[in-house]
Each structure stands twice: as C-alpha cells, then as structure tokens.
Design a protein around this ligand. Sequence first.
Ligand SMILES: [Zn+2]
Length: 284
Amino acid sequence: MTPKLLIDTHVHLNNYHESERRPTAENVQILFSEMDALGVDHAVVITSYKVNQDRPSAEEVLDLLAGDPRATIVEGLRWRGEERTDLFTLEERIQDGIVKGIKLYPGYDLYPINDPSLEAVFRIAAKHDVPVMIHTGDTYSRTAKVRMAHPLLVDDVAVDHPDVKIVMCHLGNPWFQDAAEVLYKNDNVFADISGLTLGKFTYEFERYVAMRLKEMIIYMGDPGKQLMYGSDWPLVEMGPYLRFLEELEFAPEDLEHIAWQTAAALFKIDTAPLLARRAARETP
Ligand SMILES: [Zn+2]
C-alpha cells in the first residue's frame, strides 16, 4: 500500500567519504534524482554541527534550496566548535520562514541534551513554533560521547519546554525502550525512524530493528501520533529504507501520518504543490 505522499524527514548533503567528495550542488542533484526514482516527494535537509569542505553551511544550502517545494531546511546548531551558530542570525532565518527547524547534535558536539546553555535555543523554537530535532543514541563518530545523546535526557527538555515540539532522531538506538517511554509520556515529543542502519540492512539486523520498533509501538500505543518516516540519506540507502518502512506493516491510516501528514504539520510544509506534482506524474 502506497501513501498519498512521502516525506523523508531526515537527509543530509554532507560528504562522508573522502573518495566521494562532491560539491554540494551535485549532492542536491543526486538527492532529487534518488527521490524521483523512489517516489519521495519532499525531504527535510539538515545541516551539520560543523562546517568544512565536506559539510556545507546553512547559507550554502539555503542558496541552493530556499524556495524549492521539494525541500525543507533545518539548521544544525554549531555550539562547541570554533565557528559557533549566531542565534540572532538563526532567529532571523526562522522568522523569514527559510529555516523551519533547529537540529541539536548532542554527543557529537560535546554537550548533553539537557545542557542549560540550550535555554536560549529552546526559547527561539517556542517563540516561532519550529520543531527542535535532537540526535539521540549511537553516534557515527569515535570522538563523540554517546552518553550525552541518551534518549532519556529528552524527557528533561520536553518537560522544561512544554511549548516546544521535539523530534527525537533515530529512536534513541539502541535504547529503544527508553525512547518509547519518553514518547509515551510526552505529547510534545515526536520521533523519526531514521538512521537505524548504515548503507543497507543485513537480513538479521533489519529483523532485529523491526522487532524493537514493533515492541516500542506496543508500549507507546498509537504509532500514527508521533512517528515520522526519515532515512538519514546518504548514510543510509533510500531504497532499502523504504522497504524497511513497508516491513513495519503499519495500518493504512497510521501510515499516512507516518509517511507525511505529521511531518507536514510539524514543519509547516505546503503539500499542495507536492500533491499536484504527484497527480501530474500519475496521469498517463
Ligand atoms: Zn542524520
């Protein structure tokens, strides 16, 4: 069963291998061609916690994508490195509606999810009603501190900022049970199912993750309320991840929420041009 639309709430334009170093404009083209090939209508593009030749700045990504109906831009917070996010500039972009969310990288950037210094960031999110995405669980870096990204810490910020909508990324992998509790307890917390593998799934690991996710859903109750589809492309391949979504066998109504409706509401994505584009493609 195919949902009416498909929004991938979690993609990046970074280069992850020196051997495949490409300009950002080229990565955008690859992203759009993958999306077209697989029927993904829209992507939430997330910038990094650092900027270098492999990690484009928010400015660069905005130059390439602002105004494109197929993309929403979420700005990564650069909080502990040399070049830090200027909150005034970030707030201006949010106010202008070109940045539609903030992403925190606890553990990678060395602070915990409940760090008091983030107060100002959550205040901006509350004021402009934009979601705060938070990396949780396993880190794709040996220098990151994974304890700082434990999903249980999301409860602290969800309670302290009840007017902020929070997206827990990667379901706290491998602390799925803790993530399920935080979701069950807090109505202002959502989660994307992205990044639960690298590249393609192996058969055993895909079954393992699908089982954990189904257990989470039994605990949480209604999966259509808080879960969203996301891949973590290009770290994850889009095709296998879409098959993983199918394997989770959500009820049709839940699937519509997970595949696009919840994301469209949260990131305030205009779905009219996406539905029109789909209709035009499906009419022979
Ligand atoms: Zn990611």
